[in-house]
Design a binder for this molecule. Structure first.
Ligand code: CAA
Length: 262
């Protein structure tokens, strides 16, 4: 199953294991990874019978996913940025609508698109060294993979505002207090153990009822679809600013950005 450049995809006895495998880049999501993830989740959707969950994690023990690949941002104009957001939205919506639960085992950094990826899953377990942040504001953009909507849905407006406006990094204990994660685990091994225990529990439940709980809970948020569309437009508006160019340049040059408000 593993003909992927950026992923490790395995069928275990009764669940799927999916690892983002770009540890040198802290598992940042480049467009190739997004498209490989789409292929895997399409496969899982069509082959969910007899499988009771998906464990989604990052290779290594430093990072789950450190966000969208900022190195692909150079030259991203208004039009391309709309497509960029739509690619992420399509994948993350698919994950949210999977017929079997997807468990994010957040094993290190979950930043920007990485936090948004975890938010699209049905359960989030975080290792003791996990850190969550929406740092897009430091690049002169906004979260563009559904974060403005899902983070607010999950942790509420005031905490979501704080995270998105300050780029504050929160550790796994704070994330648990915020309701951002379901459980804090020790490390990768302990995390896998807890994920497998959860899958054992899910295996004892009725599969059609599981699929319909996911569908029905998602229906509760359906009226927020305009918010998702508007997020794409606002992201793309930021992408044509001087500040975005400066934010990306500053990240690549490993310095603080000098924003001008234009
Ligand atoms: N994109 C591309 N490369 C990344 C990356 C990212 N998001 N995050 C880390 N990397 C790369 C670094 O450039 C570095 O590569 P080189 O060795 O080639 O220089 C490598 O991964 C290791 O990273 P650091 O040397 O920076 O490691 P560190 O331990 O000093 O710092 C960090 C870790 C705090 C996570 C830091 O890497 C960082 O701030 N990363 C960027 C996080 C970020 O801003 N994410 C949001 C992206 S925007 C987004 O996701 C938009 C959206 O909504 C979809």
């Amino acid at each position: 199953m593993n003909n992927y450049n950026n992923l490790i995809f395995e069928k275990r006895d009764d669940y799927y294991l999916l690892k983002i495998n770009r540890p040198k880049n802290l598992n940042a999501l480049n467009q190739d990874t997004i498209s490989e993830l789409k292929q895997c989740f399409d496969f899982i959707k069509k082959n969910s019978k007899g499988f009771y969950g998906v464990i989604l994690t990052g290779e290594g023990d430093k990072s789950f996913v450190a966000g969208a690949d900022i190195k692909e941002f150079t030259g991203l104009d208004k039009k391309a940025s709309i497509q960029f957001c739509k690619n992420g939205h399509e994948l993350f919506n698919n994950i949210e609508r999977m017929p079997i639960p997807v468990i994010a085992l957040v094993n290190g950094y979950a930043l920007g698109g990485g936090c948004e990826l975890a938010l699209s899953c049905h359960f989030r377990f975080a290792t003791g060294n996990a850190n969550f942040s929406q740092p897009e504001i430091n690049l002169g953009i906004i979260p563009g993979y559904g974060g403005t909507q899902r983070l607010t849905q999950i942790i509420g407006k005031s905490k979501a505002m704080e995270m998105m406006l300050t780029a504050k990094m929160i550790n796994s204990d704070e994330a648990f207090q915020f309701g951002l994660v379901n459980k804090v685990v020790k490390d990768n091994n302990d995390g896998m153990h807890h994920c497998e225990e959860l899958i054992k529990t899910l295996k004892r439940k009725a599969p059609i009822a599981i699929k319909n709980v996911i569908k029905s809970v998602n229906n509760f948020y359906d009226n927020s679809s305009d918010g998702f569309l508007e997020e794409i437009n606002l992201f793309s508006e930021c992408s044509s600013t001087f500040d975005f160019e400066e934010g990306v340049k500053a990240f690549i040059e490993k310095r603080c950005p000098d924003f001008k408000g234009e």
